[in-house]
Design a protein around this ligand. Structure first.
Ligand SMILES: NC(=O)c1ccc[n+]([C@@H]2O[C@H](COP(=O)([O-])OP(=O)(O)OC[C@H]3O[C@@H](n4cnc5c(N)ncnc54)[C@H](OP(=O)(O)O)[C@@H]3O)[C@@H](O)[C@H]2O)c1
Length: 179
């Protein structure tokens, strides 16, 4: 492992995101976090805080560029932790949710993490072979179980689709040491 590896956490709120950021910092990582409340500055504990909106997948590459500019290295670990769901206007009908809402939530749950993985893998080509390279996506139970609540529509669609592409990527890249 290089002396100061970098972790980028996409979607770092007060629960899982904050704990993961603290954990990586405690084992010597330089930490960048991104969310809608990001400031574009360093936090009190030295994390680079970036403003991001994952409903817009084309905004992802700029985040990786900002990390490289700040830390002079690509992140060897990327954690995609954001998620989105929409309350159906009719709480008893999954089909009362508009297609536009479904698409925006799919961007957050599936397309933006896919773009983040593209960026991560591109950045990993620039890192030493011995550096451990990992992409982590925070999932839930919904790729293996149907939770029968209309509220879960967008979350379940997105987590399930992401479970597929991440499984495919793992099958293609694990022999290279990318996980
Ligand atoms: N909490 C649970 O019980 C649970 C259970 C199973 C799985 N999970 C999964 O765990 C992950 C983290 O959940 P958590 O509740 O612990 O959250 P968290 O780590 O406290 O925060 C995630 C952060 O993502 C950011 N985010 C959300 N939408 C965004 C968007 N469109 N653009 C940019 N940033 C966005 C939000 O920050 P901003 O408001 O600043 O944007 C939010 O605080 C999720 O993927 C969730 O599905 C959670």
């Amino acid at each position: 492992m290089v002396s100061n590896p970098v972790v980028l956490i996409l979607g770092a709120g007060p629960r899982i995101g904050a704990s993961v950021a603290e954990k990586f910092a405690s084992i010597g990582y330089k930490v960048a976090v991104a969310s809608r409340n990001g400031t574009g500055t360093k936090t009190a504990n030295g994390f680079l805080s970036l403003k991001a909106d994952f409903t817009k997948p084309d905004s992802i590459p700029a985040l990786f560029n900002a990390v490289k500019t700040e830390f002079h290295a690509s992140p060897s670990v990327v954690v995609y932790n954001a998620a989105a769901l929409t309350n159906p206007p009719d709480k008893d009908s999954i089909f009362s949710t508009s297609a536009e809402s479904v698409a925006l939530d799919l961007n957050v749950n599936t397309i933006s993490p896919y773009v983040a993985a593209q960026e991560a893998v591109n950045g990993w080509q620039t890192l030493p072979a011995e550096t451990k390279k990992t992409f982590i996506y925070t999932g839930n139970i919904m790729n293996i179980a149907i939770v029968p609540m209309p509220l879960m529509l967008d979350l379940g669609m997105g987590k399930s689709a992401s479970a597929f592409w991440i499984g495919l990527a793992d099958a293609m890249y694990s022999a290279k040491g990318f996980r």
